[in-house]
Design a protein around this ligand. Structure first.
Ligand code: NAD
Length: 491
């Protein structure tokens, strides 16, 4: 096991105006999914503390906005080098509190650093544009910060998801309020310390802990101009409605139920690895995980390869733990319900070998259910665990009808050796991200991340070029210096 649990309890307060300040509403435990034991604690701020932190952020932002984008980027270059220096330590903490394997925790941080590198490239883009629209008259676009912006993040990517928004919004001149998941506050502690060490002026990064009531206080504060959210669809909708009712811009990314269309002409080795790794990676706790396999025609050879690879995974070393005991219980019961509804179990994660010495952790192994019906819970609900539901389809038309009917819209992939069939799935998929012979079609920078339908509330994407409009506003400036001798309608 590469994951090392912290030797001492890590206490994280709230990062307010450049200092760690204990919350006035008491302490909560952080439990490791590996052991079921306490590894840390976080404290919840009072509404008075939240208001003070946001007012401090607003005041710090005024000076930050006066700096050039190059000056702001310099601090984030330094932040990048600190993250690279401390990558193993950060990955250990992430792994211990989220249940990811050490390698997955490190890969998530690296993907976050890739977004940071994109943010550092913004200074080299022509973000404005100036044209002489009439003789002696120029019009210009200027991209300006919004002021104070906030982001609420989920447990399953404690570093990568926050890194989608921290660097881009800071480089664009905003102050950033971060409410990390109440299950993974320790990674936030490390990231905030890294930004502090990099020289970010106090007040520009605020970390506030807690759950729904902390989030509500942040959304409602009049100084908070924009809210990003990543988490379940249920909470995404609550956050979106609350923020937009107050006239704020909100981009709220929700849950998913991702489909893979497997065609008989697919390369069995490619599909075996791609599909198995997609539903088992991060123990299935990712919004891009394959969840439903639409098996078209005779693909038993391909399915055998998926079962073979998934069976070889070892809990605690090549597959991580589940975030809570309640979630393990829910997954076990969902498998039982699917079985009762007629599914055939090809691989039963309830019987997986639990790592020795970690018996009190939250474990379930990869599970593959065959002959699942399209309307059943296993086909339609986001289970958020290492469970693959196989729905047998006569043809690609039936497969795409099932895919199109699902309420979510993050990802859909196809495994085939036919370019024409791949293009058909790409065109017909009702998702924001599509893959061809790729199990987890997360776009790499500079391509942006974002779903559609119930996987996203709001417009635009949270990263990449489309995120620039979300985290900034455009001022249009028209200038004339001299009186024109021959007047026209613009004079
Ligand atoms: P969650 O919705 O339970 O929590 C997300 C955040 O919201 C946390 O910070 C949490 O403390 C806060 N929160 C919880 N209840 C709240 C409430 N009533 N009001 C306001 N805030 C509240 O999600 P999770 O369990 O941490 O993460 C897993 C979910 O996130 C899955 O559904 C997964 O698909 C989704 N997810 C989506 C994406 C994406 O890009 N679409 C990425 C990662 C995770």
């Amino acid at each position: 096991m590469k994951t090392l649990l912290p030797k001492e309890i890590i206490s994280c307060s709230n990062f307010i105006k450049g200092s760690w300040i204990p919350g006035e509403l008491g302490w909560q435990e952080v439990i490791s999914p590996y052991t079921g034991k306490k590894i840390g604690e976080y404290s919840i701020p009072s509404s008075k503390q939240i208001d003070f932190s946001i007012e401090s952020a607003a005041s710090a932002q005024k000076t930050w906005a006066l700096q050039s984008i190059k000056e702001r980027s310099k601090i984030l270059y330094h932040f990048r080098s600190i993250l690279l220096r401390d990558q193993d330590e950060i990955a250990q903490i992430k792994s211990a509190e989220s249940g990811k394997t050490f390698d997955e925790a490190k890969a998530g941080l690296m993907k976050g650093i890739e977004v940071l590198e994109y943010a550092l490239s913004i200074q080299n883009l022509d973000l404005g544009g100036k044209v002489e629209v009439s003789r002696g008259v120029t019009c210009e676009f200027r991209r300006e910060p919004l002021g104070v912006v906030a982001n609420i993040t989920p447990f399953n990517f404690p570093a990568m998801v926050p890194m989608w928004t921290i660097p881009i919004s800071l480089v664009l001149g905003n102050a950033y309020i971060w409410k990390p998941s109440d299950k993974t506050p320790l990674t936030a502690f490390k990231i905030a310390n890294a930004l502090n060490e990099a020289g970010l002026p106090s007040g520009l990064l605020t970390v506030l802990h807690g759950g729904g009531s902390t989030v509500e206080a942040i959304i409602d504060h009049p100084f908070v101009k924009a809210i990003g959210f990543v988490g379940s669809t249920k909470v995404a909708e609550i956050v979106y409605r609350r923020g937009t009712n107050l006239g704020k811009r909100v981009l709220a990314l929700g849950g998913a139920k991702n489909h893979i269309v497997l065609l008989p002409d697919a390369n069995p080795d490619l599909s075996g690895v791609g599909i198995s790794d997609s539903f088992t990676g991060c123990a299935g706790q990712r919004c891009m995980a394959a969840s439903v396999l639409l098996a078209v025609g005779q693909v038993d050879l391909h399915i055998n390869k998926i079962v073979e690879r998934a069976s070889s995974l070892q809990l605690g070393s090549t597959m991580g733990a589940i975030i809570t005991k309640e979630q393990v219980q829910f997954l076990k019961e969902a498998i039982g319900r699917a079985e009762k509804a007629g599914a055939q179990i090809l691989l039963d994660g309830r019987k997986a070998q639990i790592p020795v010495g970690f018996e009190s952790g939250n474990w379930i192994g990869p599970t593959i259910l065959d002959l699942v019906t399209p309307e059943s819970e296993a086909s339609t609900h986001e289970l958020f665990g290492p469970i693959l539901s196989i729905v047998r389809c006569q043809d690609i038309t039936q497969a795409m009808l099932i895919e199109n009917k699902n309420e979510y819209g993050n990802a859909c992939s196809v495994f085939t050796s036919s370019g024409a069939l791949a293009e058909r799935v790409v065109k017909q998929a009702s998702t924001g991200m599509v893959g061809v012979n790729v199990g987890v079609p997360v776009p790499r920078e500079p391509f942006s991340f974002g779903g559609i339908n119930s996987s996203k509330f709001g417009s635009g994407d949270i990263t990449g070029p489309h995120s620039l409009d979300f985290w900034s506003q455009i001022k249009k400036v028209t200038v004339k210096w001299e009186v024109q001798t021959d007047s026209n309608w613009m004079s």
